[in-house]
Ligand binder design. Structure first.
Ligand SMILES: *Cc1c(COP(=O)(O)O)cnc(C)c1O
Length: 433
């Protein structure tokens, strides 16, 4: 399969090139040249298949031309070693719980898949060690570090701002050891990002080290997110609830929802999608006005959605030939203030006992306000509420149970290397590694 850039200036890339480069040289995002529909028989019997079996069918449509079947199957099965149940919250509304992976958020799926795919390419080419550099303000670092943990041929350096991530976030990437090194930078998140960017541009460094990023726009992180939309449909079909299915996605950079739109293009019977925003409602405004007007992000309690210029918007445009009219028939929008998010978490907890996280709360509310007669809704619960412990406990006034996985991280011993924000010292550190 060839991958083209949404900016149409860079030449087409192979899967391997697209995965190793991440972003195309013209700064566009890679898109597969063809999106293959899955056969009718697959949909007819989807409810009898396991999550891993379903995901393998989907993965084969994307990657089957480029990866031997057995290898691809192994990668998919290894990636999805946890369940993604669709849980009924109330009549007609289901929560697709994407938080049963190692770091309790949906980014585990893409990060685990990408790590294994990159590992396969390295082995195949008998390449020397590849070094993944990732700057994080919290959650990306943990998903990437845990996704790549123990994968042969890859070393991960997580750069994070000293004193600016929560203790639980820090523990999720500083306690792992093995092929993961945490670098505690005396600076801000922007300083960390600048160090990574400079490293990719530095001629000496690139001559002696193979460097790559594990950015969320990478096709190997983006496409696997389609897997669970198919599994959600399968579960609802089994429950007899798959007619007129509406899928609602709490969205920031729009990678997650775009993977769902790919699923629909492959024939997945979803009637329509809803993109739920917080106060950063750039997409919602685009739906209303037809104008895409990015602006600086504002901080909210659903902070993983605080994005002022969603990077995957380019993919949404590419998918629908740039037509606002078509986009607005496939996707509707909603946007909520922190106050509304709090209200939703509280009400749903009091009425049903189901505890939402602030991101999932946007999804739930958009469904409960947007569903029409005869429709069933499923929203993506993108992270476990315990990841936002203080916020959520503050809202519901109850103790929130911390899952064993999160408690395990808390027991670990932090190991990190202190780093100044000065590029020369970072460079000499990497050169001597
Ligand atoms: C990353 C993230 C989102 C936003 O997903 P996008 O693919 O960027 O739209 C929503 N919720 C949580 C918990 C996240 O970590």
């Amino acid at each position: 399969m060839k991958y083209y850039s949404t900016n149409h200036q860079a030449s087409e890339a192979s899967l391997e090139e697209a995965v190793v480069k991440g972003l195309a040289s013209d700064k566009g995002l890679y898109m597969p040249e063809v999106i293959k529909p899955l056969p009718k028989e697959f949909y007819d019997h989807i409810e009898d298949l396991s999550f891993q079996e379903i995901a393998y069918h989907v993965a084969d449509a994307f990657f089957g031309e480029d990866i031997p079947a057995e290898t691809l199957k192994q990668i998919v099965y290894d990636t999805l070693n946890f369940d993604v149940p669709a849980v009924k919250v109330k009549e007609g509304i289901y929560s697709l719980e994407l938080f049963h992976g190692p770091t309790l958020a949906f980014k585990d799926v893409g990060a685990r898949f990408m790590a294994r795919l990159l590992g396969y390419f390295i082995k195949k080419e008998e390449q020397k060690q590849v070094n993944v550099l990732v700057a994080t303000s919290g959650d990306t670092g943990s998903a990437v570090a845990n996704g790549f943990l123990g994968v042969d041929g890859i070393h991960v350096y997580v750069l994070y701002p000293k004193g600016k991530v929560s203790e639980i976030q820090e523990k999720q990437f500083t306690t792992l050891g093995q092929n993961i090194t945490a670098l505690e930078v005396d600076g801000t998140f922007d300083d960390c990002q600048a160090l990574v960017k400079n490293a990719f541009m530095d001629v000496d460094l690139n001559a002696c080290k193979k460097l790559t990023s594990a950015n969320s726009i990478n096709v190997a992180r983006f496409l696997p997110q389609a897997f669970y939309y198919f599994y959600a449909y399968a579960q609802l079909k089994k429950a007899g609830k798959a007619e007129n299915l509406v899928v609602c996605v709490p969205s920031g950079n729009f990678g997650n929802i775009t993977a769902g739109l790919f699923g629909k293009r492959m024939g997945l019977p979803v009637k329509r999608f809803i993109a739920a925003n917080n106060l950063n409602d750039i997409f919602y405004q685009y739906l209303q006005t037809g104008k895409y007007a990015p602006r600086p992000s504002v901080a909210t309690i659903a902070n993983a959605m605080d994005v002022g210029d969603p990077s995957n918007f380019a993919r949404v445009l590419a998918l629908y030939g740039g037509s606002h009219a078509v986009i607005a028939t496939e996707i509707s929008g909603a946007a909520y203030t922190d106050e509304q998010i709090r209200e939703t978490v509280k009400e749903v907890y009091q009425e049903t006992g189901y505890l939402l996280d602030p991101h999932g709360a946007c999804g739930y509310r958009a469904l409960s306000e947007g569903l029409q007669n005869g429709e069933t809704g499923v929203f993506l619960e993108t992270a476990h509420p315990a990841k936002f412990l203080e916020t959520v406990e503050g809202i519901v006034g109850d103790k929130v149970e911390i899952p064993a996985k999160l408690q395990e991280f808390m027991k670990g011993i932090k190991q990190s290397i202190s780093m100044s924000k000065d590029f020369e010292s970072f460079k000499s550190y990497l050169m001597n590694e």
